[in-house]
Write a protein that binds this ligand. Structure first.
Ligand SMILES: [Zn+2]
Length: 437
C-alpha cells in the first residue's frame, strides 16, 4: 500500500544534506519508494503535511531499556559504585515482568522523542523483544553477557549465557521486519578475553553484530594489562573486530586505535550525556569522524542520563566538542544531525535506516513547525541548524516505523501509555520492597 506524505519540509539526511521544501515522501509498505518534489504517481493514501517537517527517525545507538525503573536511583557516583553498589544488587532481583515494564516505559519515551531504532543490551532478553514488538519500535537486541560472581546464580555460567544468546538470536532475528539481534558481552572487564574471542568468532559465522562497552573510563583503560598493549590492539589480535562490532563510549582511545576502528569498520555509540554525568570524559568524536569511523549517538540508560531523549545528545555532542576544543567550528550542525541519523545507522550496522531515500526502511518522523523555535526561516538549510540547536522532542508530531504509524498528534498509538506508566511505577516500588526484605 502506498502512502504519500505531501507538502512538508523534507530533510533527507542524504550525502548532500538535501532539503525539499516543499517535498513529498512516499512509503510503499515498509520501504520508502519516493523522496523529492511533488509526487505524480499512484497512491492509496495521501496525508498533507504542510507546515511540518519530515525526516528520518532518530537512532539511539546505545541503551539498556529495562533500566528505566531505576531512574534517578544511582546519581552522582562513579561508574564502579554505580554498578557494584547501586545497580547490580537490584538487577539480580529483577523479574521478567519488571524488565518488560521498564522496557515498555523506555519504548514509549523513545517513540515520543522521535526515536525509531534503538540498540538494547540487557538481561531477560525475551522481555526486551516483547516490549519492542508491542510498542512498535525497531530494535537491535543484544542479550547482556556478564561474568561477574554476583550474577552467576541468575545468569549461569558464561558458556550458558553465550549459548542462550545465540539461541535467542536464531529465534528472534528478523521478526516483524524490525527485530534485529546480536551479542552483548558487557565489557572486557566483565567478560574474559577467551570468551570474547569465542563468542565473536561464532557471531561472525552467524553474521550477527557484537555490542560491547569499551574504554568508558580512564580507570578502565588503566586496569588492562596486556604486556603494554592496549585493549583495542588486543581485541584486534584475537579477531574480535573481524565481524560487525558496536563499541559504546570509546572515550579513552589511543592514537593508533582510530586506524584499527576504521580498518575493521567498528561503529561507535557516543553517549555524551552519560559520559558527562558519570565524569568519564569526552569521547574524541571529531578525531573518530576525521578517521572515517561511523559514530552514532546513544542515550545510555535512564539511570545515567536520566531520560531517553536523543535530541539532547544531538545538541550536547557538538557543544561539548566545541567547548573542549575552545573552537566553535568542530562538529557543525549538519554533522551532528548525521550522528543521530545516517551515521547512527552505519554505526549500528543497519545501513538501510537513517536516510530518507528510495529503498530505505520506512522509519520516519514528522515534526510540528507551528512553534516559536521554528521562526525565522531564511532558507531550507535553516532547518538543519534549527533541528540541532533549537528543536526538541516537543516538536515530534507523528512517527512511522517499518511503514506503520505508531505516533499521531504526539500520542503513542500502540500501547496503553497510562497502564504502562503505572506498571513501571509498581515494578519499581515492588523491587524496592524486595530489596528491603
Ligand atoms: Zn551502557
Amino acid at each position: 500500500m502506498k502512502t504519500v506524505l505531501a507538502g512538508g519540509v523534507v530533510v533527507t539526511c542524504d550525502d548532500e544534506h538535501t532539503v525539499f521544501n516543499p517535498g513529498d515522501v512516499v512509503l510503499d509498505d515498509d520501504i520508502v519508494c519516493y523522496v523529492g518534489p511533488s509526487y505524480q504517481g499512484e497512491y492509496d493514501t495521501r496525508l498533507y503535511v504542510g507546515g511540518k517537517l519530515v525526516m528520518p527517525g532518530l537512532i539511539n545507538a546505545h541503551t539498556h531499556s529495562g533500566m528505566s525503573i531505576f531512574r534517578s536511583l544511582a546519581d552522582d557516583v562513579d561508574l564502579m559504585v554505580f554498578l557494584r553498589d547501586r545497580v547490580w544488587p537490584r538487577e539480580v532481583k529483577l523479574t521478567a515482568d519488571d524488565v518488560y515494564a521498564g522496557s515498555l516505559l523506555s519504548g514509549i519515551e523513545m517513540l515520543r522523542a522521535g526515536i525509531t531504532t534503538y540498540v538494547d543490551m540487557y538481561f531477560l532478553e525475551e522481555e526486551l523483544a516483547r516490549a519492542a514488538v508491542d510498542v512498535g519500535l525497531r530494535a537491535l537486541i543484544t542479550p547482556a553477557i556478564l561474568g561477574v560472581p554476583v550474577w552467576a546464580p541468575i545468569l549461569g555460567s558464561l558458556e550458558r549465557q553465550i549459548e542462550r544468546s545465540f539461541d535467542f538470536c536464531r529465534r528472534w532475528e528478523g521478526r516483524h521486519g524490525r527485530i534485529h539481534t546480536g551479542l552483548g558481552p558487557h565489557s572486557p572487564y566483565t567478560v574474559p578475553l577467551e570468551f570474547l574471542a569465542e563468542l565473536a568468532h561464532q557471531a561472525q559465522e552467524e553474521h550477527l553484530p557484537v555490542n560491547i562497552h569499551l574504554l568508558e573510563t580512564k580507570q578502565e583503560r588503566d586496569s588492562y594489562d596486556f604486556s603494554g598493549r592496549g585493549i583495542v590492539v588486543t581485541l584486534e589480535d584475537i579477531g574480535f573486530f573481524d565481524g560487525p562490532v558496536i563499541s559504546a563510549h570509546s572515550v579513552w582511545l589511543s592514537e593508533g586505535d582510530y586506524e584499527i576502528y576504521a580498518r575493521n569498520r567498528v561503529g561507535v555509540a557516543h553517549c555524551p550525556q552519560s559520559n558527562a554525568k558519570l565524569g568519564c570524559g569526552l569521547a574524541p568524536v571529531v578525531e573518530m569522524l576525521a578517521n572515517g569511523i561511523a559514530v552514532g549517538l546513544g542515550t545510555d540508560s535512564a539511570c545515567t542520563n536520566n531520560n531517553l531523549d536523543l535530541w539532547e545528545e544531538m545538541r550536547l555532542a557538538p557543544l561539548l566538542a566545541k567547548l573542549c576544543a575552545l573552537d566553535p567550528t568542530p562538529l557543525p550542525a549538519t554533522q551532528a544531525l548525521w550522528l543521530a541519523t545516517r551515521l547512527g545507522g552505519q554505526a549500528v550496522h543497519l545501513p538501510d535506516i537513517g536516510v530518507l531515500r528510495e529503498g530505505f526502511r520506512a522509519d520516519l518522523i514528522v515534526l510540528n513547525l507551528a512553534d516559536t523555535v521554528a521562526v525565522p526561516v531564511f532558507s531550507p538549510e535553516t532547518y538543519l541548524a534549527h533541528l540541532v540547536y533549537a528543536f526538541s522532542a516537543r516538536q515530534v508530531d507523528a512517527v512511522w516505523v517499518n511503514g506503520s504509524q505508531v505516533v499521531r498528534g504526539g500520542e503513542v498509538l500502540t500501547v496503553d501509555v497510562e497502564a504502562a506508566r503505572c506498571a513501571a511505577q509498581a515494578a519499581a516500588l515492588s523491587l524496592t520492597e524486595r530489596m528491603a526484605g
